[in-house]
Structures are given as structure tokens and as C-alpha cells.
Design a protein around this ligand. Structure first.
Ligand SMILES: [Zn+2]
Length: 200
């Protein structure tokens, strides 16, 4: 492993993790983020059970593409949703970072198993489309298999039925921004659907 590249990727992931928690998209220790180094064949993922706002570099866990731990200075447990992240990387060669959140408005659509309609222009940042993935228990092989079956290059956003949302992208900072747009579009879509001429 090239230690300079590893440190750089860990720093980017740490910064993105704090950003997404402090902006309210991964509250109460929910959600997880990862980045991949395809050349050296490893994934860095956030640990389970630690608030993302409090993470330090040594908390991040490095795994291979089968989920085996390669580097874990603080002996943390990698996110239980690692199989889902691996499924994204294995099925989308263009993806270099994955963000999974239980953000409120996007999750409201997930609870109902509905795509988020692209009602405002921010949706262009994720190809104006989302795909619903049928329910699978969080962290399970079944869920990873359903993600594998449902993933395509048509969209960077997967709605996990009764669970949350996955956002895929290149640099992790951009994927976090994309996650924020998904939540914003979901919020406007839901609120606007509640309005009609009679109650304005
Ligand atoms: Zn989850």
C-alpha cells in the first residue's frame, strides 16, 4: 500500500464523514461512507457504532474487495453495511466512493418503496433518476445481492426499501454533495405534494 495515497484517501473520507453528520444527513450514528483504491485493491469504510463527527483517522477500517480487514489501527468493527458498498464497487467500475444515509426525506420515500421524482433542477446532479431496491435486511448478503441485481449506469441513487438511500460517485466530497441534493429534492417533492389550491 502506498502510504501517502492511503493517508490522503483517509483524510478525504474523514472530512466527508464529519461534513455529512454535521449537516444532519447521518444523525445518531446512522449511515456509512467508503472510498476505493482500485489500483491497490482496497476499500476504506467508516466503522460502526461511532459518531461520524467524532471519528479520527485511526478509526477508519481498510478492507479488501471480499471484506477481509487489511488495516484497522483502533480495532473497530467495519460498518455492517460493507457488503452493500462492495456490491456497488463491483458492479460500477466508474464509482470511487459510496455514501449511505438514512436521511429523513429520502427515507420517507424508501419506506413507501417509491422513487424520488425529479421535481427541481438539483436532480441533474444524479441523472434525474433513482432506482428502488426491494427490501433486504440491513447488512445482509441478501441486500447486497439485491443491490447487485438493481444497480445500473442509469442512476447514481438507489432507494433501499424501508431502509434508506445509497449515493455513488467519484470523489467522496462530490458524492456527499450529491447526497445532500437527493435529500433536498426528496424534501421539496414531499412538501409540494402536500399543497393544493384549496389550502393555499
Ligand atoms: Zn442503513
Amino acid at each position: 500500500m502506498n502510504s501517502i495515497i492511503l493517508l490522503s484517501l483517509k483524510e478525504q473520507l474523514l472530512k466527508a464523514s464529519k461534513d455529512i453528520e454535521l449537516s444532519g444527513h447521518c444523525r445518531h450514528k446512522t449511515g456509512n461512507l467508503s472510498v476505493i483504491n482500485r489500483k491497490e485493491q482496497y476499500i476504506i469504510i467508516t466503522p460502526s457504532g461511532i459518531s461520524k463527527a467524532k471519528l479520527v483517522l485511526a478509526d477508519l477500517v481498510v478492507c479488501d474487495f471480499e471484506g477481509n480487514i487489511l488495516d484497522n489501527p483502533n480495532n473497530n468493527k467495519p460498518s455492517s453495511e460493507l457488503p452493500m458498498h462492495i456490491a456497488c464497487y463491483k458492479n460500477r467500475a466508474d464509482v470511487h466512493s459510496v455514501v449511505h444515509t438514512h436521511s429523513t426525506y429520502a427515507t420517507a420515500f424508501a419506506v413507501k418503496g417509491l422513487e424520488i421524482p425529479p421535481v427541481v433542477t438539483e436532480s441533474v446532479f444524479y441523472k434525474d433518476k433513482t432506482t428502488v431496491i426491494g427490501y433486504g435486511k440491513p447488512g445482509s448478503r441478501e441486500l447486497a445481492e439485491k443491490v447487485t441485481a438493481g444497480i445500473s449506469e442509469d442512476t447514481d441513487v438507489l432507494i433501499l426499501e424501508k431502509h434508506g438511500v445509497i449515493i455513488m460517485g467519484e470523489a467522496i466530497a462530490e458524492t456527499v454533495l450529491k447526497a445532500k441534493y437527493v435529500e433536498e429534492v426528496a424534501k421539496v417533492a414531499l412538501l409540494s405534494s402536500m399543497l393544493n389550491e384549496n389550502n393555499l
